[in-house]
Design a protein around this ligand. Structure first.
Ligand code: ATP
Length: 220
């Protein structure tokens, strides 16, 4: 599965129109940076695409085959790392890994990641916010989904671990299409090869920081 096409995304909360026909393409081998101001609808868009939130209207196809949002999770088409933690707080890191990865080979890849190896004895609830985010991204990144959505993967992650995450995502893009949204825009731009900005409910392709200024995400 190489190419995901999302279009005609419409979503309102009450009278507030958040998405008004947004469209994007996510392709294997690429990292797509998604930008937009606070409240512009980025997290909403990811939840609609993942199928955990119901859209007013949405059209998804993978390799030109139409997909229903309700098929995304059961068919394991998309991995999604939400903004807020989703792991059970009372379990130790070493006990969470096998829940996500039945194969010993994959378990070892996560377990022996140099940063995760130092936290395997800790309970999830006792991890720092940066440790937790790092663990979640590596844990989900090793799953076999052909597409991966990351909502603020760099949030609270210290610079050394952030560089490791970027190397990891660069390597993973060979086998996946990866979408990243994060206000650490320098970090996103350093690994993305395509970028888009969400403004007034629509997505607009951007290439440079000047474009991000044009769409009023950055000041000029
Ligand atoms: N369940 C909900 N009920 C009502 N309004 C909601 C709900 N979820 C989101 N919204 C509203 O939709 C808008 C978009 O929210 P969203 O979280 O998608 O923005 P965002 O671009 O991810 O913002 P940020 O950069 O701050 O994370 C906001 O105005 C938010 O208040």
């Amino acid at each position: 599965m190489d190419r995901l096409h999302l279009h005609s995304v419409v979503k309102s909360f009450g009278n507030k129109k958040v998405l008004q026909g947004a469209a994007l393409e996510l392709t294997k081998g690429s990292v797509l940076g998604l930008f937009g101001r606070n409240g512009s609808g980025k997290s909403t868009l990811l939840q609609l695409l993942y199928g955990s939130l119901k859209a007013d209207n949405i059209s998804i196809s993978i390799d030109d085959k139409k997909i229903l949002p309700s098929e995304i999770i059961p068919k394991q088409l998309i991995g999604y790392c939400p903004q807020h933690s989703f792991l059970p707080k009372n379990l130790k890191v070493r006990d969470v890994i096998p829940l996500f990865h039945p194969s010993e080979e994959k378990q070892d890849m996560v377990f022996y990641d140099s940063h995760i190896a130092t936290m395997t004895h800790k309970r999830v609830g006792n991890l720092s916010l940066g440790e937790l985010k790092y663990f979640e991204v590596i844990l989900l990144g090793h799953l076999p989904h052909p597409f991966l959505l990351l909502d603020e993967p760099f949030s609270m992650v210290e610079p050394l671990h952030k560089e490791s995450l970027k190397h990891f995502l660069n390597a993973k893009q060979e086998e996946k299409g990866i979408l990243i949204t994060d206000h650490y825009y320098h970090d996103v731009l350093s690994i993305s090869n395509e970028n888009t900005v969400l403004k007034d409910g629509m997505l607009h392709k951007v290439a440079t920081t000047a474009d991000l200024q044009k769409f009023e995400y950055l000041t000029g």
